[in-house]
Every structure is written in structure tokens, then in C-alpha cells.
Design a binder for this molecule. Structure first.
Ligand code: ADP
Ligand code: MG
Length: 704
């Protein structure tokens, strides 16, 4: 019998519940479980025993080092490795130690991580604290095997310097508020509500040799130049197409690596653009899903390199074909296993579901700009609002069935029926009869209800999903909290719930939109409805520090005002830095690659004209002459544009850091970049392929 590969490798690199149950004394295990599940404090004696077991397990698996693995505000992960060696007696054996203290707390030098002014470099102390709710794991690379301990990262004064801490705080907030609401419905058994997240990850794979010839890919993760090849994605032949051998091999290895880390890698397929693919895991608790998604991104890159490929996680690696995003599937699940977003067969009778649904609708409507920001990075500005990704306008898709229930509620104050799906008639007798979903899909909505979860589709592909889920959890917790306040004091609960649902839906129905989100009409319609259309990341930043946001985040202790301001600063800074690097890369490529190549091409044309004329004075050299004229004109344009870009980049450096500088990059530098790209792309179309200094889109996208 063939081996069962999945069972053989699954979670072998994870110090998970099974391993802990096996290796920890019963009492210790029970105490630790209590901490993990109920958030009880962990004492040092227990930590010491856990640390010992963890170390023994890791050593058996060949580990030499351990690291506190954390997620600073760069959006990627960071680590500092310590070996297990503690001392060696005179020439004797090394003593390998790992104490509870070392497990619980670390102190990396934190001065070089972005802090948005939270921590002056002279007081650079930062602490990492063990997050026992996300299991430790082993990672093997050229440095050997390392025990990685997921940790939160905070400053000496307790401010969160990372993405994990606020996420954990937001999970507590939504749990507390949801439990309050459920109590009103008589669910006294519910002690905790977890948010479950399943992020679908899109990515591109390109050939490493070709990648290495493009500074833009190396420095910025996207192509800054490049003309479209004759074929793009217009035939839709890549989407769900059969997977090429080389890519299939990559996916197979990726799956095994992810399974080893306990990541439930589930689906894989080709995406819309050539060379674009997707992987989706089975969903899990937001915190673990976030850690796992970081590991997914790292592993995607690592496996690619091993196989002579490069994995591009950038939101828009190529102009002219679709970019990548991350669909953040989100739902709320009780500790008793009930999904609060499960409408049941007759949603109109499911009052609890309708209340939660209306809370989410209100939360999204009231915090659209904040949600937009939570999904923003410089790369995503190329996608949102372009005809491939959700628009920058936030709206909610509910589907036919729920929309019908809601309009009944709003119109008559009562919902009497739920549309049912019925049977799907395919018209071929030998095919099985399929049951139809009550609702079709809508692929253009930024925030879509898909059966028993919401799918937030704006999230940037290269970004941590921590921010998006932190915002989602908090805004929903905020509304649920107000609702609980109101309902706890109601004299007649049934009547009060009913009125509250109706009022909430009536007040916020403007955010519901079931049509085509990519259309021009929607942009106009959304404006009429008063929905914000925040076009860029920079424009979205102020939403983080609005009076309303500060009040909300402070109320639920997710972010303090200081932490919010620091994050606003970091957003501006990240934007400015990213555009600055892109602009400088363009200048370098134009000056050192494109212009020299074009000058050579021009010289070749001129020589050709001269030598033909010398040989046959009456010969027709009009083709060469036209080409020479056109090429020279574009060359002059490129030179002028590169000078201009250099000028504005220099000017940008003089602007005050923060909003002012970021705005200048967005409005002026970005524009100058587009003006430089145009003549270079036009040159690419007329110059001899052999003379072109970098691999083309055609080669990058189709020769993988
Ligand atoms: P799609 O058609 O958009 O690809 P799928 O049903 O395949 O949707 O699910 C996509 C992702 O949603 C997967 O990662 C899946 O695990 C996740 N998912 C499914 N149900 C839930 C849920 N209740 N909560 C959160 N995520 C979920
Ligand atoms: Mg999806």
C-alpha cells in the first residue's frame, strides 16, 4: 500500500497539543491548557517544566538553537537565535539549558525596528513574551534546526511594538462582547468566542535566473518597467488551468513543508494571470492563522529558491495582468463549536444570526476607511479600484437570500420567508442532480458573505493579516458592546431585539451592494450613498487616529492613543520609503541599463544608414531612418523624465517626515515615475530583442 504522506509528515515539526499531552506531567498539561484556553496566568514553575520538555523534544529533533519569533511592525517576522549551550565544565560536556524564564521572556535589541516614535533609540529596550496560544515549531535551514517560539513584542513601558499583541487584545474584546450578546439569547454555556480565519494566499512564480537580471524585482518585488507581450490573460486559459510540471513539483514540496509545520494547506490552483497561483489553508483561530500565514509566505519563498524559482508576493508584480491579494475569510465560533455566522436553512427565523449580521453591517459601514487602511500597503494601491480587485469603496455583498430577508425586515418590520436554492438543472440525465445554493457568488465585492463567513477581499498579498483582523474584531466588538448595553436593559427582550435589528439595518443598508463592484456606475452610486472612496493608502491613514477610532480602540484596550499615533507614523514612513526605493531603482535602471542599451541601438541604426548609403547611395533607408528618429526622440524623453524623477526624489527628502512627505511621494514622485516608465516601455516595443537589457514580461510570465 502506498504511504499516507500527509499523516506521516503532518505537524511533525510542531510542539502541539498532542506532543504536550504526551510529554508534560498531567497536572502541568492541565494548567497550561487552562492558560491557553481561558487566558489564566502562567506561573514560572509551570513554565520551567514546559521549557524543559520543549527543549528535550527539540534536541531530539536535532535543534541547536531557539529563537523568540515575533512580528514587528515591518509586517514580516523577526528572530534572534540563541543556542541551548549554557556552560561547559572544564573540558567536559556542554550543558544544554533552557529555562522557563528564557521561554517566557526575551530581550532582543529592539532599536532598529520601526516604532513610530514609541521608543527612542536611547531606551531601546524591547521584550518578547511567549504566546502560548500559538504552538512552538522547528525550522530547518542552513543554520541547522531551530526551535521557534511565537512571541509578542513590546517596549519597556508596555506599548505593543508588534502586530500580534493588538490582534490578541482584539480577540479578547470580541470574545467578551459576543459572549455578552449570546448570554441574552440564553447561551450561558458559551465562555469564549474565537474568530476563525482562513486566508487565501495568491503569489507569482518566476524563473530565478531571469529574476536576478531585474533590479526592480530584486529591490522592490515588482517590475517598474515592461511592455505587455502579445498575450496576457485575455484568454482566461491560466485560471484553474492544468498545472505545469515545474510548478506542480513546487506545490508538492510546498505542501509537505507546510504540513510539517501543522499548516492545513488545502487547495491550490492557477490564478487568473499567467504565472500566478493560489494556496488556501483550512481556517483556524485568527492568531494561529496569522502566524501560519507568515510561515506560508516564508516557506513559499524558501521552496521557490530551492527550485530555481522566485516567489513574488507583491500585490502588483506586473502591470497589465492581475495582481495578488489575500482573501481573509472570517467568522465567529463559540467554544461550544457553533459558528455565529451560520444562517441555517431559514435565516429569517434566526434572530440571533440576524442581530450579529446587522452588527457586522453597522461596524463595516461606520468604519469603512479604517478597514480600507487595514488592508493597505503601497503595493495594494495598484490594485484596489483598478478593474481586477475590489474597488477602494467598501461595500457588503450579502447574496440574494439574505438581501431578501433584510428588505422584508426593513419594509414590513417582519421577515416571513427565506428564498431557497432548489435544484440545479444541468440538462443531462447521466449527471447527478445538484442542489443549488440559495445565493450565487459575487467576485467583485470587497466584503462578501459566503455562506457562513465573511470574506474580506481587499487585504494585500504580501501583508500580515494581523492588522485586518484586529480592525475587524474591534469594530464588531464595539457594535456588539453597544447592542448588549441596550438589550441588557430592555424590558421586553424579544421586542427590543426585533426593533434593534430593524433600526440597525435601516440605518446602514447603504453599505449593502449586490451588483458589479468593478463598474463605473457603482462609483457614482456609492458617492450618492455617501460611502467613502479612499483612493490611496496615504489618504486612509488619518482614519487610524480619528477621534472616533481612538475612543473605540482605547475602550477595548486594543491600542492606546500613543500606539495608534505610532502606527500612523509607521504607515506614512513605510509608504514614503517604498516609493523612494522604487524611484531610485528606476533611476538606476534607466541610467545604467536602458539608456546605454538604447544608445547602442541608435548607433547601430546610424551605422546601418551610413554603410548602406555608402554602398548604394540611392538605396531606401527610410525604415532605419524612421526608427532612428523615433528611438532618438523616445531616448530624449526618457532622459528628460529621469532627470525630472531625480529632481523630485531629491525634493522629497527635504519634506517633513510623515503625512507631508508621504503625500509628496504619492502626488509628485509617483507621477514622475509613470512619466519615466512610458518612454522606456515604448522603446522596448521597437528595439531589437537581443539588444534589450532585461528579461521581458513575455519571458518572465510565460517561460517559467
Ligand atoms: P473560495 O471559493 O473563496 O475559494 P472556500 O470555501 O474554498 O472559498 O474557502 C476559502 C477559505 O475560507 C479557506 O481558507 C477556508 O478554510 C476558509 N473558511 C471556510 N469556512 C470558514 C469559516 N467558517 N471561517 C473562516 N474561514 C473559513
Ligand atoms: Mg475567495
Amino acid at each position: 500500500m502506498a504511504k499516507d504522506v500527509i499523516s506521516e509528515v503532518f505537524a511533525i515539526d510542531v510542539f502541539n497539543d498532542v506532543v504536550m499531552a504526551e510529554r508534560l506531567p498531567k497536572k502541568v498539561y492541565a494548567t497550561l491548557k487552562k492558560t491557553i484556553e481561558e487566558g489564566e496566568e502562567l506561573d514560572l514553575d509551570i513554565a520551567n517544566i514546559v521549557a524543559h520538555a520543549m527543549k528535550e523534544w527539540a534536541l531530539e529533533r536535532g535543534a541547536t538553537h531557539y529563537t523568540h519569533w515575533f512580528q514587528p511592525m515591518t509586517g514580516i517576522t523577526a528572530e534572534k537565535h540563541d543556542s541551548f549551550i549554557s556552560a561547559a565544565s572544564n573540558g567536559g560536556n556542554a550543558i544544554l539549558e533552557f529555562s522557563g524564564k528564557e521561554l517566557i521572556k526575551g530581550e532582543p535589541d529592539a532599536s532598529s525596528f520601526p516604532s513610530g516614535g514609541l521608543r527612542a533609540t536611547f531606551e531601546a529596550r524591547g521584550y518578547t513574551a511567549w504566546d502560548c496560544t500559538s504552538p512552538a515549531f522547528l525550522r530547518e535551514d542552513a543554520a541547522g534546526v531551530t526551535l521557534c517560539i511565537p512571541t509578542a513584542f513590546c517596549s519597556y513601558t508596555g506599548e505593543a511594538l508588534d502586530k500580534k499583541t493588538p490582534l490578541l487584545r482584539s480577540m479578547e474584546a470580541i470574545s467578551t462582547q459576543a459572549v455578552r450578546v449570546l448570554k441574552l439569547f440564553g447561551h450561558d454555556d458559551v465562555k469564549k468566542v474565537d474568530c476563525s480565519v482562513g486566508p487565501e494566499q495568491e503569489y507569482f512564480l518566476v524563473d530565478k535566473e531571469k529574476y536576478m537580471k531585474r533590479e526592480d524585482l530584486i529591490y522592490t518585488g515588482r517590475t517598474l518597467f515592461g511592455a505587455m507581450p502579445p498575450k496576457g490573460q485575455e484568454l482566461d486559459d491560466h485560471y484553474f488551468g492544468s498545472i505545469k510540471e515545474r510548478i506542480a513539483g513546487y506545490m508538492k514540496e510546498l505542501n509537505v513543508e507546510l504540513w510539517k509545520l501543522g499548516i492545513l494547506s488545502k487547495t491550490q490552483h492557477n490564478e487568473v494571470a499567467p504565472a500566478q497561483h493560489e494556496m488556501a489553508p483550512i481556517y483556524g483561530t485568527a492568531n494561529i492563522a496569522t502566524d501560519h500565514n507568515q510561515l506560508v509566505m516564508e516557506t513559499m519563498k524558501k521552496v521557490a529558491k530551492r527550485r530555481g524559482l522566485e516567489c513574488l508576493l507583491h500585490e502588483k508584480p506586473f502591470a497589465g495582468v492581475n495582481g495578488s491579494g489575500k482573501h481573509n475569510n472570517w467568522s465567529l465560533v463559540t467554544n461550544t463549536g457553533k459558528n455565529l455566522l451560520e444562517p441555517g436553512k431559514t435565516p429569517h427565523e434566526n434572530i440571533q444570526f440576524l442581530l450579529i449580521l446587522s452588527a457586522i453591517i453597522k461596524a463595516v459601514d461606520e468604519n469603512a476607511a479604517l478597514l480600507r487602511l487595514s488592508a493597505s500597503n503601497p503595493g495594494n494601491d495598484h490594485r484596489l479600484g483598478a478593474n481586477e480587485a475590489p474597488p477602494a469603496i467598501i461595500s457588503i455583498f450579502l447574496g440574494e437570500q439574505l438581501e431578501d430577508v433584510i428588505s422584508q425586515l426593513i419594509e414590513t418590520g417582519e421577515a416571513k420567508s427565506s428564498k431557497q436554492g432548489g435544484k440545479l438543472n444541468i440538462g443531462v440525465h447521466t449527471l447527478p442532480e445538484l442542489k443549488k445554493d440559495a445565493t450565487d457568488r459575487n467576485r467583485t465585492s470587497p466584503f462578501a458573505f459566503t455562506g457562513n463567513k465573511f470574506e474580506f477581499r481587499m487585504v494585500a498579498s504580501s501583508m500580515s493579516i494581523a492588522g485586518a483582523n484586529t480592525v475587524l474584531n474591534t469594530i464588531v466588538a464595539d457594535v456588539l458592546s453597544d447592542m448588549a448595553d441596550e438589550l441588557e436593559n430592555a424590558e421586553n427582550f424579544d421586542l427590543a431585539v426585533h426593533d434593534l435589528i430593524k433600526k440597525t439595518l435601516t440605518d446602514h443598508q447603504r453599505v449593502i451592494f449586490n451588483g458589479n463592484g468593478y463598474s463605473e456606475e457603482w462609483v457614482a452610486e456609492a458617492e450618492r450613498r455617501g460611502l467613502p472612496n479612499v483612493k490611496t493608502m496615504v489618504d486612509a491613514v488619518p482614519s487610524l487616529v480619528s477621534e472616533k477610532s481612538i475612543k473605540m480602540f482605547e475602550k477595548f484596550k486594543v491600542f492606546s492613543e500613543v500606539e495608534l499615533h505610532s502606527r500612523a507614523e509607521i504607515n506614512y514612513e513605510a509608504y514614503s520609503k517604498a516609493i523612494n526605493i522604487e524611484a531610485k531603482t528606476m533611476i538606476e535602471m534607466v541610467n545604467k541599463k536602458y539608456i546605454p542599451a538604447v544608445i547602442k541601438a541608435v548607433a547601430t541604426l546610424a551605422e546601418s544608414i551610413n554603410s548602406v548609403k555608402a554602398a548604394v547611395p540611392s538605396a531606401d533607408v527610410s525604415v532605419q531612418t524612421t526608427l532612428l528618429t523615433d528611438t532618438s526622440a523616445l531616448l530624449a524623453k526618457a532622459k528628460a523624465a529621469v532627470n525630472r524623477l531625480q529632481e523630485v526624489v531629491t525634493e522629497a527628502a527635504t519634506k517633513e517626515e510623515g503625512a507631508e512627505q508621504a503625500t509628496y511621494f504619492k502626488d509628485v514622485v509617483f507621477q514622475a515615475m509613470a512619466e519615466l516608465r512610458a518612454p522606456i516601455d515604448a522603446l522596448e516595443l521597437i528595439i531589437d530583442r537581443e539588444a534589450w537589457p532585461v528579461p521581458t514580461y513575455g519571458e518572465l510570465l510565460f517561460e517559467v
